[in-house]
Each structure stands twice: as structure tokens, then as C-alpha cells.
Design a protein around this ligand. Structure first.
Ligand SMILES: Nc1ncnc2c1ncn2[C@@H]1O[C@H](COP(=O)(O)OP(=O)(O)OP(=O)(O)O)[C@@H](O)[C@H]1O
Length: 229
């Protein structure tokens, strides 16, 4: 279970997250929703150690050290908005960048990753920049999985992607959830996609959580009104 307590985050003098608690359970999808600019990406960056923050982050009760490298080694994998695929590296090389936080004996790409994303197997030698947006998103998720994460943080994985690939990404998230080995935090503007996958839903407004509950205890329309204009 990934948990953060009293998380604070600022850009210069402007406080974006004044103090927030969040828990993401292993084997569940925690969907984090909210309007543009409420701080969803900032929260994921803080969890991934990509931006300095205050508060305490733990996994199964053990405090995690700050910094991107420490968090990656602790099994926190981050799939950024916009994917950040290396355009000049091949698919295989992009996947191998995930090796950086693994010990030598772990540095291989599990076959399970190509089972999840068969298209990447066919395209191993293709440059990242030559892939479609949807294929790049699949590559970004696969690269995160290479690190054998205990927590997977996904920032708007459906943004700018065609419906057939959105459906495939949804199936991958369902499969990962069913394996029960990672806590999945899904930041998503596409309400129906997030709602369909969520075990737990969290709504943010201006750096604060205004609703957090199991999906089964949440009124869909009330949540929708909290996270839309
Ligand atoms: N590098 C930065 N420097 C200064 N302000 C920033 C920076 N990044 C984000 N912000 C501001 O912090 C606030 C939260 O941004 P953030 O990207 O975390 O929100 P978000 O909920 O993820 O929005 P979106 O859905 O648009 O990605 C916004 O007001 C944004 O303008």
C-alpha cells in the first residue's frame, strides 16, 4: 500500500498542494480526477520523487526516501503525461532505460511485457519517434513495467489517443490489477474510462482532496459534477 501523509508541494512561492493525504492499495486502481490545474500531475511527480515535496510517503508502512532514483528503486514507476519516449532510441532501447534502477541480474525484459503489448514485440527495432501516439503510450507503460514496480503512477494515459488503443490500455490496466501485485494510481480526464477501471475514486480541487471513497460508495453523477466544469 502506497500512502502519503501531509504532502505539501510548491512552485517557487506558490503553494499548489497545502497538505494532502492519499492511500493507494495494492491490487486496486485508485483513480484521481479533477479539473485542469488542480495539482494531479504535481501530486504524481511528488510521489515519484520528481519534484521536492513535504510530508511522508510510505510503502507498506516503510518510509520512502526522496528523489526520483530512490523512488524508482523502491518500486514506484511513473508514466508521465506526454509519455517522454526517447525518439531516437529504438523500442528495445527505450525499454532498456528501465534497467537503470534494477540490479544486474534483473536486467531483462520479462516476456509478460510483450504479452501485454504484442505490438512492441513486432516493433522492437523501430525508433520511438516513429511510433504512433498510442504505440508510444504503450511503450511508456511497458518501460515502467520493466522496473517491476509495486506502484504504477499513470498520468493521463489516454490523452490524444485513438479509441481502439484506449480500449487496449484499459485492458492492460485491468490485467495488472487482476494480478494483484501493484497499487495503480490513474490520473485521468476521461471520466468514463477512469470510472470503469476504478476501485477507489479521488476527486481533487485546488490541491485538496474533496472526495475519496470506494467507487461502490460513490454517486457517479455527484463525482462527475465535482471533477468537471
Ligand atoms: N513547473 C511549474 N512551475 C510553476 N507552476 C507550475 C508548474 N507546473 C505546474 N504548475 C502549476 O501548478 C498547478 C497544478 O498543475 P498540475 O499540472 O499539477 O495540475 P493538473 O491537475 O495535473 O492539471 P492538468 O490536467 O492540466 O495536467 C497549476 O496552477 C499549474 O499552472
Amino acid at each position: 500500500m502506497l500512502a502519503v501523509r501531509d504532502l505539501t508541494l510548491s512552485y517557487g512561492g506558490s503553494v499548489i498542494i497545502p497538505g494532502l493525504d492519499l492511500t493507494a492499495r495494492t491490487g486496486e486502481v485508485t483513480a484521481l480526477m479533477g479539473l485542469n490545474g488542480v495539482g494531479k500531475t504535481s501530486l504524481l511527480k511528488a510521489l515519484a520523487g520528481r519534484h521536492p515535496s513535504g510530508g511522508t510517503t510510505t510503502f507498506d508502512g516503510i518510509a520512502l526516501r526522496p528523489g526520483a532514483r530512490a523512488r524508482a528503486r523502491a518500486g514506484i514507476a511513473y508514466v508521465p503525461q506526454g509519455r517522454e519516449v526517447f525518439p531516437l532510441l529504438t523500442v528495445q532501447e527505450n525499454l532498456e532505460t528501465g534497467f537503470a534502477c534494477l540490479s544486474r541480474s534483473e536486467r531483462m525484459i520479462p516476456d509478460a511485457i510483450f504479452d501485454l503489448f504484442p505490438v512492441l514485440d513486432q516493433m522492437r527495432g523501430r525508433r520511438g519517434g516513429d511510433l504512433s501516439g498510442g504505440q508510444q503510450q504503450q511503450l511508456a507503460i511497458a518501460r515502467a513495467l520493466v522496473t517491476r514496480p509495486r506502484a504504477l503512477l499513470l498520468d493521463e494515459p489516454t490523452e490524444g489517443i485513438q479509441p481502439s488503443i484506449i480500449a487496449e490500455i484499459g485492458r492492460v490496466i485491468e490485467r495488472l490489477r487482476a494480478e494483484g501485485e501493484m497499487a495503480i494510481v490513474l490520473v485521468e480526464q476521461r471520466f468514463d474510462f477512469a470510472w470503469a477501471l476504478a476501485d477507489r475514486v479521488v476527486a481533487m480541487r485546488r490541491g485538496e482532496i474533496v472526495h475519496e471513497a470506494p467507487r461502490s460508495d460513490t454517486d457517479r453523477d455527484k463525482l462527475l459534477s465535482l471533477v468537471s466544469v
